[in-house]
Design a protein around this ligand. Structure first.
Ligand code: SF4
Length: 96
Protein backbone atom coordinates (compact mmCIF):
# COMPACT_ATOMS: atom_id res chain seq x y z
CA UNK A 1 0.00 0.00 0.00
CA UNK A 2 1.33 3.43 -0.97
CA UNK A 3 1.71 6.28 1.42
CA UNK A 4 -0.17 9.40 0.23
CA UNK A 5 3.13 11.33 0.10
CA UNK A 6 4.71 8.76 -2.22
CA UNK A 7 2.19 9.35 -4.98
CA UNK A 8 2.35 13.12 -4.47
CA UNK A 9 6.15 13.04 -4.87
CA UNK A 10 5.81 11.30 -8.20
CA UNK A 11 3.37 13.92 -9.39
CA UNK A 12 5.82 16.69 -8.48
CA UNK A 13 8.62 14.87 -10.31
CA UNK A 14 6.39 14.49 -13.37
CA UNK A 15 5.56 18.22 -13.28
CA UNK A 16 9.26 19.12 -13.09
CA UNK A 17 10.04 16.83 -16.02
CA UNK A 18 7.22 18.40 -18.06
CA UNK A 19 8.51 21.93 -17.26
CA UNK A 20 12.03 20.99 -18.36
CA UNK A 21 10.79 19.48 -21.60
CA UNK A 22 8.71 22.58 -22.36
CA UNK A 23 11.74 24.83 -21.78
CA UNK A 24 13.89 22.70 -24.11
CA UNK A 25 11.26 22.74 -26.85
CA UNK A 26 10.87 26.53 -26.46
CA UNK A 27 14.60 27.01 -26.98
CA UNK A 28 14.43 25.06 -30.21
CA UNK A 29 11.40 27.03 -31.47
CA UNK A 30 13.11 30.36 -30.70
CA UNK A 31 16.12 29.58 -32.92
CA UNK A 32 17.47 32.92 -34.10
CA UNK A 33 17.59 33.66 -37.80
CA UNK A 34 18.04 36.81 -39.84
CA UNK A 35 16.05 37.79 -42.90
CA UNK A 36 16.71 40.88 -45.03
CA UNK A 37 14.36 42.66 -47.38
CA UNK A 38 14.79 45.42 -49.96
CA UNK A 39 11.88 47.72 -50.69
CA UNK A 40 11.99 48.10 -54.50
CA UNK A 41 9.92 51.29 -54.26
CA UNK A 42 12.69 52.96 -52.22
CA UNK A 43 15.83 51.42 -53.76
CA UNK A 44 17.76 53.74 -56.08
CA UNK A 45 20.24 51.08 -57.20
CA UNK A 46 23.27 52.89 -55.80
CA UNK A 47 25.03 49.60 -54.98
CA UNK A 48 26.15 50.55 -51.47
CA UNK A 49 24.60 47.39 -50.00
CA UNK A 50 26.23 45.18 -52.60
CA UNK A 51 29.58 46.79 -51.88
CA UNK A 52 29.26 46.10 -48.15
CA UNK A 53 27.66 42.65 -48.29
CA UNK A 54 28.11 41.25 -51.82
CA UNK A 55 27.12 37.74 -50.77
CA UNK A 56 23.77 38.99 -49.48
CA UNK A 57 22.77 41.80 -51.84
CA UNK A 58 23.03 41.92 -55.61
CA UNK A 59 21.88 44.52 -58.12
CA UNK A 60 19.50 42.98 -60.60
CA UNK A 61 19.21 43.70 -64.32
CA UNK A 62 16.50 46.21 -63.40
CA UNK A 63 19.02 48.17 -61.32
CA UNK A 64 17.26 47.33 -58.06
CA UNK A 65 18.98 45.52 -55.21
CA UNK A 66 17.74 42.07 -54.24
CA UNK A 67 18.50 39.73 -51.37
CA UNK A 68 20.06 36.50 -52.54
CA UNK A 69 20.41 34.68 -49.20
CA UNK A 70 17.27 33.95 -47.19
CA UNK A 71 17.72 33.46 -44.36
CA UNK A 72 21.01 35.33 -44.07
CA UNK A 73 23.78 33.02 -42.77
CA UNK A 74 25.24 34.16 -39.47
CA UNK A 75 28.66 35.01 -40.89
CA UNK A 76 27.01 37.81 -42.91
CA UNK A 77 24.86 39.30 -40.16
CA UNK A 78 27.26 42.13 -39.27
CA UNK A 79 27.73 43.20 -42.91
CA UNK A 80 23.97 42.96 -43.52
CA UNK A 81 23.26 45.24 -40.56
CA UNK A 82 25.92 47.66 -41.84
CA UNK A 83 24.39 47.66 -45.33
CA UNK A 84 20.97 48.45 -43.87
CA UNK A 85 22.43 51.25 -41.76
CA UNK A 86 24.32 52.74 -44.73
CA UNK A 87 21.52 52.49 -47.31
CA UNK A 88 20.83 56.14 -48.23
CA UNK A 89 17.15 55.40 -48.89
CA UNK A 90 16.54 53.22 -45.81
CA UNK A 91 15.27 50.63 -48.25
CA UNK A 92 16.63 47.64 -46.31
CA UNK A 93 14.78 46.12 -43.41
CA UNK A 94 16.03 43.27 -41.26
CA UNK A 95 14.09 40.75 -39.23
CA UNK A 96 15.98 39.01 -36.43
FE1 SF4 B 1 19.15 50.15 -53.04
FE2 SF4 B 1 19.79 50.91 -50.58
FE3 SF4 B 1 21.16 48.95 -51.79
FE4 SF4 B 1 21.42 51.50 -52.60
S1 SF4 B 1 22.05 50.66 -50.63
S2 SF4 B 1 21.18 49.65 -53.91
S3 SF4 B 1 19.34 52.27 -52.31
S4 SF4 B 1 19.00 48.91 -51.20
Amino acid sequence: MHEPGYAKGHLVAADNFYDKMMKLSSIKIMEVIMRAFVDPEKCLGCGVCEGIAPDVFVLGADGIAAVQLDPVPEQYWEDTRQAAADCPEEAITIEE
